[in-house]
Design a protein around this ligand. Structure first.
Ligand code: DX5
Ligand code: ZN
Length: 218
């Protein structure tokens, strides 16, 4: 079984106590930051100034998930802030290969995100342009939604393709990941697990992270 990375989503953190909540997840592998613009999704979160401060304050690599229109224009602005990775959506970008190359050229990992109704097969021919593929296991926009098990076929087909070609591409799953779904996503081939409400809704976030990691690796 491959090694599993846990990326807590601060969407479920207390935004009035963000520094405290960032330090509560020091045993995680990445911190997942959801950027929403009221256009690509019906919710609005945070932008560049807050992402910049998170990069300064967090001990962990910062994984930015852009749920915004026109990532071709805005993703490079986030890449300048000291982040580890930037995810942008298939349904929002016009030139994913150009954008991925631009991000990589800035020293940032490039990640392509697909919504539940979007297929992964069109990505196969451009897979080597990306460091990670993000498979949404809820419709993007909100934390605390129910896990979509019907995304596991897609996850498995992508893992098979990555394995067949000997690529190192990570597969991230985002939405509804919890102690009860961790083994399902890992079994299907995901190796980076985002968890928002399952971590920050727990009285002991660090323990919740270890628990999810152990269940995924079991
Ligand atoms: C949803 C976001 C997720 C969200 C996941 O659009 O992309 O990162 O925080 O929250 P949970 O883990 O509660 O489903
Ligand atoms: Zn996310």
């Amino acid at each position: 079984r491959m090694s599993i990375q846990i990326a807590p989503s601060i969407l479920s953190a207390d935004f009035a106590n963000l520094e405290r909540d960032l330090h509560a997840i020091d045993n995680a592998d990445l911190v997942h930051v959801d950027v929403m613009d009221h256009h690509f999704v019906p919710n609005l979160t945070l932008g560049e100034p807050i992402v910049k401060r998170i990069c300064q304050v967090s001990e962990l690599p910062v994984d930015v998930h852009l749920m915004i229109e026109d990532p071709d224009r805005w993703a490079p602005e986030f890449a300048k802030l000291g982040v580890h990775s930037v995810s942008f959506h298939m349904g929002a970008t016009h030139a994913p290969v150009r954008l991925a190359r631009q991000l990589r050229g800035m020293g940032v990992k490039a990640c392509f995100a697909v919504r539940p109704a979007e297929p992964v097969e069109p990505i196969f021919d451009i897979l080597d342009e990306f460091d990670m593929i993000l498979i949404m296991t809820v419709e993007p926009g909100f934390g605390g939604q129910k896990f979509l098990a019907n995304q596991m076929g897609k996850t498995r087909r992508l893992r098979d393709e990555i394995t067949r070609r000997g690529l190192g591409t990570h597969i991230q799953v985002d939405g509804g990941v919890s102690p009860s779904t961790a083994h399902i996503v890992a079994e299907a081939g995901a190796d980076v697990l985002v968890a928002g409400s399952a971590v920050y809704g727990s009285p002991d976030p660090a323990k919740a992270i270890d628990n999810i990691r152990n269940l995924a690796q079991a």
